[in-house]
Design a protein around this ligand. Structure first.
Ligand code: MLT
Length: 250
């Protein structure tokens, strides 16, 4: 199963794709679905999110530049969703199970990848589960790192590295740099894998080392980083199905 991080849009539809926005969108999506939300609707535009939330009774959440969007009840902190959906907001518990999320980079990256054969949502929280899910598909894998403002970000590459490491453990019962090089289409997955090895015993330091991690720390959001740094906390592989991300278990 060849693995690439530089996803080529022309071949995306032939690959199983995993999108990473470890700080914090994909960690938030994984946390919300693991905590009782049935679906997450990722949208690029904040106005659309509010209109849809109003129309359908979905729970709106989102950030711009890391801050909660004015008029939104929720921002993009995974800690806001640990308690599961607040069905008290509306009488319709079904609709309140749906989170509509718009973020600066993460939800855009998910939308960008939607032509892929399947789009999974990856994070440190579910690295093993998502690796197992893509292995079941048996196709080539594209690792899509959302980055920040179109720029490389350490934490997304670290997330991709942990998933790549889990894929290799599964295939061979071991992880070795030689195997990583054999599977990678280019050197980016190898770099991601080596990064995951470096931070394996202390993923939090990896999340703290990057520019976006530092920005969140300056805003007093260390607990968000601590949450997002938990490796394999959840056993779910959220997948985009039409407009919505679900656990894939319904
Ligand atoms: C994003 O989508 O850009 C991020 O999730 C930003 C954040 O809220 O940390």
């Amino acid at each position: 199963i060849p693995v690439a991080t530089a996803a080529n849009p022309d071949v995306l539809h032939e690959t199983t794709t995993i999108v990473f926005d470890v700080l914090r969108a994909t960690s938030t999506i994984v946390t919300a679905l693991a905590s009782g939300y049935r679906r997450v609707y990722p949208v690029a535009d904040a106005g659309t999110a509010l209109v849809m939330a109003h129309k359908h009774g979905f729970v709106p959440a989102g950030e711009r530049g890391g801050d909660k969007i004015a008029g939104f009840p929720h921002g993009n902190s995974p800690l806001e969703f640990i308690g599961g959906p607040n069905v008290g907001i509306s009488n319709d518990a079904q609709k309140c199970n749906v989170l509509i999320l718009t973020t600066t980079n993460g939800t855009k990256a998910i939308r960008w990848a939607e032509s892929a054969y399947k789009v999974f949502t990856g994070s440190l929280l579910n690295a093993r589960a998502v690796a197992q899910a893509v292995l079941r598909e048996g196709l080539d894998v594209s690792l899509v790192c959302a980055g920040t403002g179109g720029r490389f970000s350490l934490e997304d590459t670290l997330g991709a590295g942990f998933v790549f490491m889990e894929i290799m453990k599964h295939l061979n019962g071991e992880d070795s740099s030689r195997l990583a090089a054999g599977m990678a289409v280019d050197d980016l997955p190898i770099a991601a894998y080596e990064l995951a090895r470096f931070y394996y015993h202390d993923p939090l330091s990896g999340l703290m080392a990057g520019r976006h991690g530092q920005r969140l720390l300056r805003r007093g959001l260390e607990d968000d980083l601590r949450w997002c740094a938990q490796l394999n906390r959840y056993d779910i592989a959220p997948v985009l199905s039409g407009e919505f991300i679900t656990t894939g278990n319904d």
